[in-house]
Design a protein around this ligand. Structure first.
Ligand code: HEM
Length: 104
């Protein structure tokens, strides 16, 4: 976390370095699955991003070195939302999604 720009998290977690004690592992975190990411807020190990838009913006800045435009963020968020398994989530009672909105 913070591949191209420093991650200024208020959280004390240091990632894998917490286990290995190695500097090289500082701020190294598992990349979470992005399946159903629309439903799994807040985001990051520290819960720092309370919206998907904020998470995508932070990822652009810290991991890609790019400040995405609001339009680009909206498009990336829409891409993520397309991977929400509405039917599965409904079946497991995760989200009360009206049947009318479950894709055929
Ligand atoms: C525009 C490109 C990217 C997008 C849209 C993106 C999206 C996301 C999102 C939404 C999360 C939060 C997932 C969650 O907390 O459930 C996340 C976390 C993460 N991503 Fe990315 N990501 C991008 C690029 C990258 C790159 C290039 C890397 C590294 C090579 C990366 C590494 C990570 C890591 C390590 C986390 C977990 C961070 C933590 O727990 O603090 N991401 N990403």
């Amino acid at each position: 976390m913070g591949l191209v720009a420093k991650c200024d998290s208020k959280n004390k977690a240091q990632g894998v370095a917490g286990l290995t004690g190695k500097d090289a592992d500082r701020m190294t975190f598992k990349v979470p699955t992005l399946r159903n990411v629309e439903m799994t807020y807040p985001y990051f190990h520290d819960g720092e991003a309370d919206s998907l838009e904020k998470a995508v913006d932070i990822m652009g800045k810290l991991q890609v070195g790019r400040t995405h435009t609001p339009d680009e963020i909206a498009k990336i968020v829409a891409f993520h939302q397309r991977h929400t398994e509405t039917e599965t989530l409904r079946l497991i009672g995760y989200a009360s999604i009206p049947l009318s909105e479950v894709p055929a």
